[in-house]
Design a protein around this ligand. Structure first.
Ligand SMILES: Cc1cc2nc3c(=O)[nH]c(=O)nc-3n(C[C@H](O)[C@H](O)[C@H](O)COP(=O)(O)OP(=O)(O)OC[C@H]3O[C@@H](n4cnc5c(N)ncnc54)[C@H](O)[C@@H]3O)c2cc1C
Length: 462
């Protein structure tokens, strides 16, 4: 009997248990639903990336004799209609634990069940699926370090064998109301943005180059622990966008990181953060937009205004902040250390609520992921799990000097500062240097805003 594989954020053929389950079921129809409710809000950067990733998946499926059928419309209608049209009993998916995805899946499941069909959830996008791990008292984890211990003890299965060709062949989907990946709506990245190469093949090329580097040099996993905080170096894996779209499964990456060494251990801990935040969001879906620690809603914030615009556009006059905000617009990605610096600046120097920043990130990040983004922001804002204490306020100039010691990251993304004369401090240009280069004066006095933010925090606590 035919079966349907409904691809979502699992755009790959390797280590894909749901795809293997679908292929074992019967002749295979593989679909992707371009749902306008998700397509619109994804923003131009992620839409453009997704279109490329879908084409890469389609090309991979064609090598096995199949292809990807793209249905446009609401999943609750399109998926049951496709299953009905080809006479499939079961629709296979990788389980989605996000607030929107799980609600959508419940609705699709109800529509399928009403016609006597089944939605089969296999696997998840995480090493350990959200909701699996519990504290000693049976509750959800609220502290990352405790989660990490339990996560490592629990472990995960070895990667599944790669999909080659379905044992029962392919369903002819040509009778469906569908488009091909060549007919996807026009999708260009925002002007001036260079996207990373999309698709499973590109993900594995980047990963192999990173993990197999023989010297503990810039690109290698071996040097990761020392270099991961340095935005001036290409020292991190750049896997976030590939994980976001499921072009690789974290389990496959973890299988390459089981050996000794500080680098692999540090990377395992970062992948655990991804699982942790998905788990936290699963238990508190409201924390995607609301304060995980509700008392922070009482903190006195400033309404969004011109300062937020200056932050968005990378013209705050703080070089490391502006470099990060411009890197985001130019590449759809920002280094983690700089994400923390710019987030701290928005919340603690400009006193703007984290949700405004998170929304801007979601608009521009190619790896934009609700759980990691909302909780990355809440961690910095002090309102999240296991958060950096609120009174720890990043000094943007000090952070710049420490993590971009020769200023090459700032020079790369802030062209005005590229040719500062020798002896000038690229992280704190003098008024004369600013005047000469057209780089703006600092938007605020960091020391004064730090005091202001701590005063507001004390008032909230009273
Ligand atoms: C304010 C803020 C917003 C963020 N928004 C996102 C987001 O929308 N999407 C996203 O994938 N990550 C987000 N992060 C986490 C982190 O910045 C990125 O995952 C990382 O920079 C991606 O680069 P990389 O793949 O080279 O990471 P590496 O350093 O190579 O890490 C390997 C993988 O571990 C995971 N990881 C690493 N750090 C974190 C972290 N702090 N939280 C969760 N997972 C982590 C990612 O999947 C990453 O690809 C955010 C962090 C902050 C502080």
């Amino acid at each position: 009997m035919p079966s349907v594989m409904w691809f979502r954020r699992d755009l790959r053929l390797r280590d894909h248990p749901a795809l293997l389950a679908a292929a074992a079921d019967g002749e295979l129809l593989s679909v992707f639903v371009l749902d306008p409710r998700l397509w619109g809000p994804a923003g131009p950067a992620r839409r453009a990336y997704l279109a490329r990733s879908l084409r890469a998946l389609d090309a991979g499926l064609r090598e096995t004799g199949g292809r990807l059928v793209v249905l446009t419309g609401e999943a609750e209608r399109e998926v049951p209609a496709a299953a009905r049209a080809v006479g499939a009993q079961r629709v296979h998916v990788t389980a989605d634990f996000g607030p929107l995805g799980s609600t959508r899946d419940t609705a699709v499941e109800a529509a399928l069940t009403a016609e006597g069909r089944t939605l089969v959830r296999t696997d998840s996008a995480y090493a350990v699926p959200p909701g699996t791990l519990h504290t000693g008292s049976g509750g959800p984890f609220r502290v990352y370090t405790a989660f990490l211990r339990r996560w490592a003890e629990h472990g995960w299965p070895a990667p599944a064998p790669a999909f080659t060709a379905p044992e029962h062949g392919w369903v002819d989907g040509s009778a469906l109301d569908r488009i091909t990946t060549a007919e996807l709506p026009p999708t260009e990245p925002p002007a001036g943005m260079a996207l990373p190469e999309a698709g499973e093949g590109a993900a594995w090329r980047r990963w192999r180059a990173f993990v197999d580097a023989e010297e503990p040099g810039e690109h290698g996993a071996a040097g990761y622990a020392e270099r991961r905080n340095r935005p001036d170096l290409d020292g991190t894996s750049r896997m976030s966008v590939h994980l976001k779209w499921g072009e690789v499964h974290p389990r496959s990456l973890l299988a390459d990181l089981s050996g000794p060494g500080d680098g692999p251990a540090a990377l395992r801990r970062e992948l655990a953060w991804r699982d942790f935040y998905a788990d936290v969001l699963h238990h508190r879906p409201d924390s995607a937009r609301d304060y995980w620690r509700p008392e922070f809603a009482r903190l006195d914030y400033d309404p969004p205004g011109p300062a937020l615009d200056a932050w968005r556009e990378g013209r705050t006059g703080f070089p490391i902040v502006d470099a990060g905000m411009r890197q985001l617009r130019a590449s759809g990605w920002m280094h983690n250390r700089v994400r923390m610096i710019v987030a701290s600046f928005l919340v603690k120097d400009l006193h703007v609520e984290w949700q405004h920043g998170a929304r801007h990130f979601q608009r521009w990040l190619v790896d934009g992921d609700l759980a990691s983004n909302s909780h990355g922001w809440q961690w910095v804002a002090g309102s999240g799990t296991d958060a950096a204490p609120f009174f720890r306020v990043f000094n943007p100039t000090g952070q710049g000097r420490r993590f971009d010691p020769d200023g090459s990251y700032v020079r790369r993304w802030v062209p005005e500062l590229r040719d500062l004369p020798a002896g000038s401090d690229v992280h704190d240009p003098s008024p004369a240097d600013r005047e000469a280069t057209g780089y703006p004066p600092p938007l605020v006095d960091h020391a004064a805003e730090r005091r202001e933010t701590l005063d507001r925090w004390e008032r909230m606590r009273r």
